[in-house]
Ligand binder design. Structure first.
Ligand SMILES: [Zn+2]
Ligand SMILES: [Zn+2]
Length: 256
């Protein structure tokens, strides 16, 4: 998905003087989906440590974080999951590119793989994606850019939720967190090989199964709002879950 950035990592990694040389970051600088099996199974790592780095005032709701951890426990064998929070000052940018988000990670991430602990870094931004086209309602809610790194555009999520009486901030956060993490779990064909072909022909690395969490429309504002409002109007308040094909893929790659 963001291979261009992943390729440029090797060029950037030598320039960072803020992390002590004793920390080996290479295991956390791979391409999205490369660690799917390591996250899903307990073969190499049996603990998941998640660093939530959020801009002051943009911390995710505790409801969403509880649901997110349940999602991870449901689909992976990791049952030892710890979440740590780190408050950060605003970078004072209205929009951020993935390169800028990766630069912020290099400055701010404190947790890397260590022993049998696999580390994940999630940045909650007070900015929107550089690629957004608000006039076309094409706003991005989250993105993945490395094997253990993702960004949630919290400001965009709050704006979206404020426009609907049926959709809460927590619902959008949960669906976005779970969707983006699905990519770290290798969905669809991003490290977890599909058992049956169910990749959307029009949207790479997304699922064509109706109602699935990995549908492409869930990473954009309008599609997310529509799906959540649909569910709310039917009395299903929760964020959508993975469909059967995506679950099969995870099971085939060490998940459950
Ligand atoms: Zn996606
Ligand atoms: Zn699916």
């Amino acid at each position: 998905m963001f291979l261009g950035l992943a390729v440029s990592c090797s060029k950037d990694s030598g320039e960072d003087g803020t992390i002590p040389v004793s920390i080996d970051k290479t295991a956390n600088l791979k391409t999205t989906g490369d660690s799917a099996n390591e996250i899903l199974s307990n073969n190499t790592f049996d603990k998941l440590l998640i660093e939530i780095a959020y801009v002051a005032g943009f911390r995710p709701t505790s409801n969403a974080m509880t649901d997110f951890v349940s999602f991870l426990k449901q689909h992976s064998f990791k049952q030892d999951i710890e979440v740590v929070y780190k408050e950060l000052p605003s970078p004072n940018e209205e929009k951020l590119t993935l390169d800028e988000i990766f630069d912020l990670e290099k400055e701010n991430r404190t947790i890397y793989n260590d022993g049998s602990t696999l580390a994940i870094y999630i940045y909650f931004a007070d900015a929107s994606s550089e690629d957004d086209k608000e006039e076309e309602e094409l706003v991005t809610l989250g993105a993945v850019y490395l094997n253990t790194s993702m960004v949630i555009y919290e400001e965009t999520i709050r704006t979206l939720a404020s426009k609907s009486t049926l959709v809460s901030v927590g619902d959008v956060e949960t669906a976005t967190l779970n969707h983006e993490f699905g990519h770290l779990l290798g969905l669809v064909d991003l490290g977890s090989i599909p058992v049956n072909n169910h990749e959307d022909v029009d949207a790479e690395n997304h699922c064509n199964v109706e109602g699935c969490l990995m549908r492409a429309e869930l990473q954009f504002g309008a599609g997310m709002k529509k799906m959540l409002e649909n569910r709310a109007s039917k009395g299903i308040a929760d964020a959508p879950g993975l469909g059967p094909e995506c679950i099969l893929d995870l099971q085939a790659n060490g998940g459950r």
